[in-house]
Design a protein around this ligand. Structure first.
Ligand code: PXL
Length: 268
C-alpha cells in the first residue's frame, strides 16, 4: 500500500469507545499512519449522565505553528465530533495549511441521531457544519444529521424517497461524494450513495440494537478501506459488516459503546 498519513480531528473521550479512541486504533490497525488533533479531553462521552470537558481549542494555534515549523503535511483528513463552531474555522485553516497535494477530506458531521441533536448542539452549529461540508471530498452524515444540515424536519418513518431528497439538498451544498449512513429502510439498514440518477442503495442485515459509537466506527473503517484503494461501495460494505460484527460481539449490559476491539483483533 502507498504510504499515507492521515490526520483525524475529533475529541478524546477518555472512556467511551468513540471518536479518537476508535479512529486511532482502527486506522492504525489497517496500516495507515495516523496523526491526531484532539479538540477536547472529556472524562467520557456525553451519553453518560455527566462528563468533564477540557477545551483544547486555544492550544491548536500552537500545534499548527510547530507543524508548520516541522513542515508536516497530511494526505487525508477525517473529521468527527467537533462540538464547537470555532473548530470549524480551525478545520478550514488546517486543510489550507497542512494538505499534501491532492489530500482527501472526509467529514462525518457528527451532531445527532434518532431525530435529535446530541447535548450541546443547536441549529447554529448545524448551519456552520452545513458550510464546512463544502470543503469535503466525502461526507458521511446519518439521516438525522442530513436533516439538520439541510434544515429538513426529521420524519420518524422516512423512506428511500425522503433520503433521496436529503441527498438532492446536500448536493447543492457540497461537491463531495454524499453517503448517508445508517438508513433504516423497511427491515434493512444501509447506506445511500448519492448519484445523478437513482444513487446507490447498499442494504445490510438490520440488527435491532442501537449502540453508541457505531457511527464513528463506520467512518473509521470506511476511511481505512477507502484509503487502501477500495471504492466507496466496497468501503461501505466493509464498514457495515464491521459494525454488525461489533454489535454481535457486545452484550446489552455494555451500554456505552461496542466491543470493536474484538472485531479488529479478528480481522488481523
Ligand atoms: O460518537 C459520537 C461522539 C463523539 N464524542 C463525544 C460524544 C459523541 C456522541 O455523543 O459525546 C464526546
Amino acid at each position: 500500500m502507498k504510504e499515507r498519513r492521515i490526520l483525524t480531528m475529533q475529541d478524546l473521550s477518555c472512556v467511551g469507545q468513540c471518536s479518537l479512541t476508535v479512529a486511532l486504533p482502527i486506522l492504525s490497525a489497517y496500516g495507515i499512519e495516523t496523526s491526531v488533533l484532539p479538540t477536547a479531553v472529556l472524562s467520557n462521552h456525553t451519553m453518560f449522565k455527566s462528563w468533564s470537558y477540557l477545551d483544547l481549542t486555544n492550544e491548536i494555534p500552537n500545534i499548527f505553528k510547530h507543524w508548520e515549523n516541522n513542515n508536516l503535511k497530511f494526505d487525508a483528513f477525517l473529521l468527527g465530533y467537533l462540538g464547537k463552531k470555532e473548530l470549524m474555522e480551525i478545520a478550514k485553516e488546517c486543510f489550507k495549511r497542512f494538505s499534501a497535494e491532492g489530500a482527501l477530506v472526509i467529514i462525518d458531521p457528527v451532531m445527532g441521531d434518532n431525530g435529535k441533536l446530541y447535548p450541546g448542539f443547536d441549529e447554529n452549529y448545524a448551519a456552520e457544519m452545513g458550510k464546512l461540508i463544502a470543503y469535503a471530498d466525502i461526507i458521511l452524515p446519518n439521516v438525522t444529521e442530513a436533516c439538520y444540515l439541510t434544515g429538513t424536519p426529521y420524519e420518524e418513518n422516512y423512506d428511500l424517497a425522503f433520503v433521496g431528497k436529503l441527498e438532492e439538498k446536500l448536493a447543492k451544498m457540497t461537491k463531495a461524494k454524499i453517503i448517508i449512513t445508517g438508513c433504516e429502510l423497511g427491515k434493512d439498514i444501509g447506506e445511500v450513495i448519492y448519484g445523478k440518477k437513482q444513487g446507490e442503495v447498499l442494504l445490510h442485515e438490520f440488527l435491532p440494537m442501537k449502540m453508541h459509537g457505531t457511527g464513528d466506527i463506520f467512518a473509521s473503517v470506511f476511511t481505512a478501506n477507502y484509503l487502501s484503494g477500495k471504492g466507496a461501495h466496497n468501503s461501505c460494505n466493509e464498514a457495515a459488516k464491521f459494525v454488525a460484527d461489533c454489535l454481535r460481539a457486545t452484550p446489552k449490559e455494555h451500554f456505552y459503546g461496542v466491543l470493536f476491539e474484538q472485531v479488529l483483533n479478528s480481522r488481523k
